[in-house]
Design a protein around this ligand. Structure first.
Ligand code: SF4
Ligand code: FES
Length: 407
């Protein structure tokens, strides 16, 4: 699965303006609930996937098919999301098209008034299935590419012939009148293709491309030494993005995600913990972000046991880092704390062992210099072989031993 950023829905709906922290009344009415609903819901329908990208944001312990929610359970989730006032859902995975009941889930989501985005690698789709999904109410397709150069794309995904298939898929998406975003996860082994990937997105008529530098948690953290670009390569790619924005102004929207280790300030991960996005795993665990299970002391409710609204508003894991009250210095007294919410909780936990620490991506973090040095060293060393994302794959090869001591 790739990163998600909220897309602009084409339908109007409730706008979440109420504060997301502080006590709330269990008795609040439907309108108030709606105002506090998440804007987006990421549904990981399955962790099954024919690709094995080494930067996948799925957890290292992938969920098995026999634990997945049933069709009826996912349909119930869609109805609850519609009632709660969620605007858009992102159907993701793994590879969501591995679910044979995807059309049924899409249909219920559409009937529930949700704007539906399918996040897919595209390689298992057919023209007939794409048509059925459009008929069921699909609005938007977010197609991932691994590279433009087919052999390198095959190597990164450990899957043969993916790029040729993607060229077919984009044609079908356009024929069916669906909105199209190209998602291009960027790392040291494809960063030279940034201009070609943007050209591809323009050529196929995408409305948007995400030039999204890999974020280092889950599989990407395990593969960080193979994926981290040099700062020079990143700066060059950033200039290329700026040039392309100028060249293709009014033609395509180019969103860019900076690699955290080279940032001055972190991104407001997920728009802030439990502020606008809720994530549901294949087995129904409800998370504030797709990597939240990496914070090992958090416990998560399951949609099989509780209502979505209850979990979103009152769930322990959601309340834990919502708002700014939990922050320590330097975030606590920082003027940016309502802008980036201290960065990424999962990254803070992964790199420092304490999720309430400032994300080391921030230049004001006392640990920032250490992590910038790690990036510098790893990106200038020969990249180790990929640890491919597969069930049990994380156990077969040890993680890179490069963490600075004393963290
Ligand atoms: Fe953001 Fe905290 Fe850094 Fe301030 S100190 S910029 S709030 S991460
Ligand atoms: Fe979990 Fe950033 S990935 S808060």
């Amino acid at each position: 699965m790739n990163e998600i950023t909220p897309i602009k829905p084409t339908q109007s709906g409730p706008t979440c303006t109420a504060p997301m922290s502080g006590p709330v009344s269990q008795a609040e009415d439907g309108q108030a609930l709606c105002a506090r609903a998440p804007v987006g819901m990421l549904c990981e329908l399955t962790h099954r996937c024919p690709l094995q990208c080494p930067y996948c944001s799925n957890p290292l312990e992938l969920e098995r098919v026999n634990t997945e929610l049933t069709t009826e359970q996912w349909q119930d989730v869609m109805r609850q999301a519609g009632e709660l006032g969620v605007l858009q859902i992102h159907l993701s995975g793994g590879e969501p098209t591995a679910r044979k009941d995807l059309e049924d889930i899409v249909k219920t989501a559409s009937e529930s008034g949700l704007y539906i985005n399918l996040i897919t690698a595209g390689v298992t789709l057919t023209r007939e299935r794409m048509g059925k999904l459009a008929e069921a109410g699909l609005d938007h397709v977010q197609l991932s590419i691994q590279d433009i150069e087919p052999e390198n794309a095959d190597r990164i995904a450990a899957y043969k012939g993916g790029m040729a298939k993607k060229r077919e898929v984009v044609k079908w998406v356009k024929e069916l009148g669906l909105a199209l975003t190209i998602n291009a996860p960027i790392h040291r082994q494809n960063i030279n293709s940034v201009p070609a990937m943007i050209d591809f997105a323009v050529e196929v008529g995408a409305g948007r491309i995400e030039v999204a530098h890999v974020q280092y948690y889950a599989w990407a953290l395990l593969n960080r030494a193979s994926l981290m670009p040099t700062k020079e390569a990143f700066m060059k790619a950033a200039r290329q993005v700026e040039e392309a924005r100028e060249k293709f102004k009014g033609v395509i929207v180019i969103d860019a995600v900076v690699p955290d280790y080279y940032a001055k300030f972190p991104k407001p991960c997920m728009g802030g913990w439990a502020r606008g996005i809720v994530n549901i795993t294949p087995s129904g665990r409800v998370l504030p972000c797709h990597a939240a299970e990496s914070i090992t002391h958090l416990a998560f409710d399951n949609i099989k046991d509780k209502k979505l609204a209850d979990i979103w508003l009152y769930g322990d894991a959601f309340q834990k880092y919502r708002g700014t009250e939990w922050m320590k210095e330097p975030c606590r007294s920082c003027p940016r704390k309502e802008i980036d919410f201290g960065g990424c909780r999962c990254q803070a936990f992964a790199l420092t062992g304490d999720a309430t620490n400032t994300d080391p991506a921030c230049s004001l973090s006392p640990l920032h210099a250490q992590w910038a040095k790690v990036a510098e060293e790893e990106s200038h060393s020969a990249p180790p072989a990929f640890v491919y994302r597969r069930v049990g794959g994380a156990k077969t090869v040890p993680a890179p031993e490069t963490e600075p001591s004393g963290v």
